[in-house]
Design a protein around this ligand. Structure first.
Ligand code: EZ4
Ligand code: CO
Length: 401
């Protein structure tokens, strides 16, 4: 059996997605997510121009060899565009291997280590009262873990807070500009968590995403201030290029730390993991080289008591979510999976067998990943340019978004 075709499908059912579909001489197909929010066409071109020609004629069973061929063979290693393209190929090949074996992919990864994949939802509100009812709605649907993001007085628009049913920060063709003030944020957030903890008691798992906006010492102060509310994790307190930032935060607070949604290789977190500077690694299938490479990151994490918390925002397609769930079910050191339901149009274009019940997601039991792309339907939703926002401090200085 060999690969006879590979198609890059760019579509926008609710938002933009890039998907790779590989076809074999036996008539089997496999799918991989290749979506890089706001930079979609760079990955599509990387695949179309530089990867698809290399796939034709290859043996789809040789997943590891193909991974090494694309990684080492490019000479130019790592980076989000390259690693997202490799991830798409890798994911599609795991899908095919599952279909050949007649097994769901988690069985090929060692089988089930748990009965379901524990997920967290996103609660937010323009006021604390609105936030409390948002948390309550997750609790009533069985969620045992909730990410809490709150509006901040005197800041008009803020990451993670929106009244839309499907949160989508990348909507305008060109980047919109938001305003940010760390002093306002640090002054407000502890009181938010005080209210949420008081209302929902000690066992609901609470998380918060600082979205790379703080310095290490500001993050340390926030971590200390939040200690009474026993967060499950504080996410992306500082940008992670400088891994020593986490050492500084760690010296000051017992609030657990999570990072990794922008990581694309094991080298982004090798020191963070080996030095036990973080508690959860949030790398994902689509942006970190596929199931093959993410498994390598998670195995390193397991040796150092770091658990997983894979990114699961709506810009990761149902193909990525399907792959993530198979990995989450199989690995020993799973922590939590982020879950934001997609728009109905997205769900229609990507028919999938995973399902939510009582705080857990369950992967499909079909052979492979249990997800596909309806190409005819996808063609009805053409790509439209959409950028993530940028962030400026109150004096106009460009800041991390
Ligand atoms: O901002 O996926 O934890 N989730 C997040 C996301 C990211 C987007 C960027 O494309 O931080 O909402
Ligand atoms: Co995040």
């Amino acid at each position: 059996m060999n690969i006879v075709a590979a198609r890059v499908i760019v579509c926008s059912p609710g938002r933009n997605f890039v998907t790779l579909k590989i076809e074999t001489s036996d008539g089997l197909t496999g799918v991989g997510d290749a979506t890089l929010n706001g930079r979609e066409l760079a990955v599509a071109a990387y695949l179309d121009e530089h990867v698809v020609p290399l796939l034709i004629g290859r043996d789809p069973a040789r997943i590891e060899d193909t991974w090494q061929y694309l990684y080492k063979g490019a000479y130019w290693r790592r980076g989000p565009v390259t690693m997202t393209a490799i991830a798409a190929v890798d994911t599609a090949l795991w899908d095919i291997k599952g279909k050949v074996a007649g097994l769901p992919v988690y069985q090929l990864l060692g089988g089930r280590s748990r009965s379901g994949v524990s997920v967290y939802g996103h609660a937010n509100g323009a006021t604390i009262d609105e936030l409390l009812s948002s948390v309550a709605s997750f609790v009533s649907r069985g969620y045992t873990a909730v990410r809490v993001q709150a509006a901040i007085p005197d800041i008009s628009e803020i990451y993670g807070v929106s009244t839309a049913t499907v949160y989508e920060p990348a909507s305008a063709a060109l980047p919109t500009e938001a305003v940010w003030s760390t002093p306002h944020y640090l002054a407000h957030l502890p009181a938010v968590f005080e209210r949420v903890r008081a209302e929902f008691g000690p066992t609901l798992r609470l998380l918060h995403d600082a979205h790379h906006r703080l310095t290490p010492i500001e993050a340390a102060r926030l971590g200390k201030a939040l200690e009474p509310y026993a967060l499950t994790w504080l996410e992306d307190p500082v940008p992670a290029e400088l891994q020593d930032g986490y050492r500084l935060i760690r010296q000051h607070t017992t609030t657990p730390l999570a990072v990794g949604e922008v990581f694309n290789s094991i080298w982004d977190c090798e020191r963070l993991i080996r030095s036990q500077l973080i508690d959860y690694v949030r790398a994902t299938v689509v942006h970190a080289g596929g199931i093959t490479h993410l498994r390598r990151i998670f195995d390193l994490a397991a040796l150092h008591q770091v658990r997983t918390g894979s990114h699961g925002a709506t810009d990761l397609s149902p193909v990525c979510m399907s792959a993530a769930l198979h990995l989450d079910l199989a690995i020993p050191n799973f922590g939590l999976q982020e879950y934001m339901p997609h728009a109905p149009e997205t769900d229609e274009v990507f028919p999938h067998g995973y399902r939510y019940a009582d705080g857990y997601l369950h992967p499909s039991e079909e052979p492979g990943l249990g997800v596909d792309i309806d190409e005819a339907l996808a063609a009805k939703y053409p790509y439209r340019p959409a950028s993530l926002p940028v962030n400026r401090l109150t004096d106009g200085t460009l800041h991390d978004w």
